[in-house]
Design a protein around this ligand. Structure first.
Ligand code: N2P
Length: 366
């Protein structure tokens, strides 16, 4: 799965409010995407180019998307689950196949990456990558230095999984994602276990580790960290690479003296690919294809990456991505780092449930 990287390297919560104009049902597109994951003018550009009105809703975890899809009649034309969840949902028959004759911009996608993504979606039948990223640690350079000194292990999971460090960081605030299937594997990795195992063997150990550090965790949430880190309300966050890069940018813009750094821990970390797919019962698959094709335009993909600081999977967009972003190893990891990056597997229901149960125990413990 990871081989392609060698060659590859290379929200804003908006619900678009009706403008007062009347739209026929086939002129409306319902998109369900991650929060803070699109450029400010992407949607208005699409609306202008196609005359289709977009209703844009956001989420910040895979579980909620899955629950809506399984319940049926979500009303969404496009959803953007991460690749491991997508694989399971394809198997459950929740999507309709893409009509590639309506996707001429497919040619812009990175072929090596597309090949790798066939693990989740054979023949790339159902989904197109939107953006991807890593799950690492961002920290407030000055506050962490004040709490832990010059030798703070900021390049290691030790920063957040070692109880002694957490005790010292408690007063400045440490946040984790609220995501059992992404956070428990990080603990497994730290403990030297296989974070991609699909059985339940190592879940308990990961849970125990989280229970040990639990008293020193400020909160578990998957999108609040962006602003809290930028404002200095928390000093460390485990999270999605682009989100944490956005914190850095927001702090700089605010000129508030907060200096954020994002690191991919040296022990290794996870990557994810968020995939655009069309639910089987989508009301407007025609418009959904137009949207996917629109996002695959190199200029559009590059504009999104330049704003949200997550890499895209569009080879033709690469020259249009700002140089400082393209060359930032926290956004586009180096080959050496990519060697240590793992991707999440398709989890059997039993394992996913065990993780969710463990996570509830962690979160509700004091
Ligand atoms: C965007 C987060 C997307 C990455 N805020 C998680 N798949």
């Amino acid at each position: 799965m990871m081989k392609f990287f060698k060659k590859t390297l290379l929200a804003t919560s908006i619900t678009i409010v009706a403008t007062g104009m009347a739209y026929a049902a086939d002129d409306v597109l319902h998109v369900y995407n991650w929060s803070d994951y699109i450029a400010p003018d992407t949607i208005s550009k699409f609306e202008k180019q196609t005359g289709i009105k977009v209703v844009y809703d956001v989420f910040d975890n895979n579980e909620i998307v899955e629950a809506k899809l399984i319940a049926g009649n979500s009303g969404y034309d496009i959803v953007v689950p991460s690749n491991a969840f997508l694989a399971k949902q394809i198997k459950a028959g929740l999507y309709q196949p893409l009509d590639k004759s309506k996707l001429p911009n497919w040619k812009n996608l990175n072929p090596t990456l597309m090949k790798a993504l066939e693990v989740n979606d054979p023949e790339n039948k159902y989904a197109v990558p939107y953006m991807w990223g890593t799950i690492g640690i961002a920290y407030n350079v000055d506050k962490v230095k004040a709490a832990l000194g010059d030798n703070a292990p900021t390049d290691s999971w030790d920063l957040v999984f070692n109880v002694e460090n957490m005790k010292k960081l408690k007063s400045c605030g440490v946040a984790f994602l609220d995501s059992p299937t992404e956070m428990l594997p990080a603990a497994m990795k730290y403990l030297g276990n296989d974070p991609t195992a699909t059985d339940t063997t190592h879940i308990k150990d990961a849970q125990e580790l989280f229970l040990k550090i639990r008293p020193y965790v400020a909160y578990f949430h998957s999108s609040k960290n962006i602003l809290d880190l930028a404002n200095g309300n928390i000093c460390v966050s485990v999270g999605y690479s682009g989100d944490l890069q956005q914190s850095k940018v927001r702090a700089k813009e605010a000129k508030n003296g907060v200096n954020i750094q994002y690191n991919i821990p040296k022990e290794g970390a996870a990557s994810f690919f968020d995939m655009m797919a069309i639910p089987k019962d989508a009301p407007n698959p025609e418009a959904a294809h137009k949207f996917i094709n629109f996002i695959m335009q190199p200029e559009i993909a590059a504009e999104i990456t330049n704003y949200v600081r997550f890499p895209n999977a569009n080879s033709a967009a690469t020259p249009l991505v700002a140089e400082d972003i393209r060359n930032d190893p926290g956004i586009y990891p180096t080959d050496a780092v990519m060697e240590k990056i793992y991707t999440f597997p398709l989890l059997p229901l039993k394992t996913q449930r065990a993780m969710v149960n463990s996570w509830t125990k962690v979160k509700t413990s004091k």
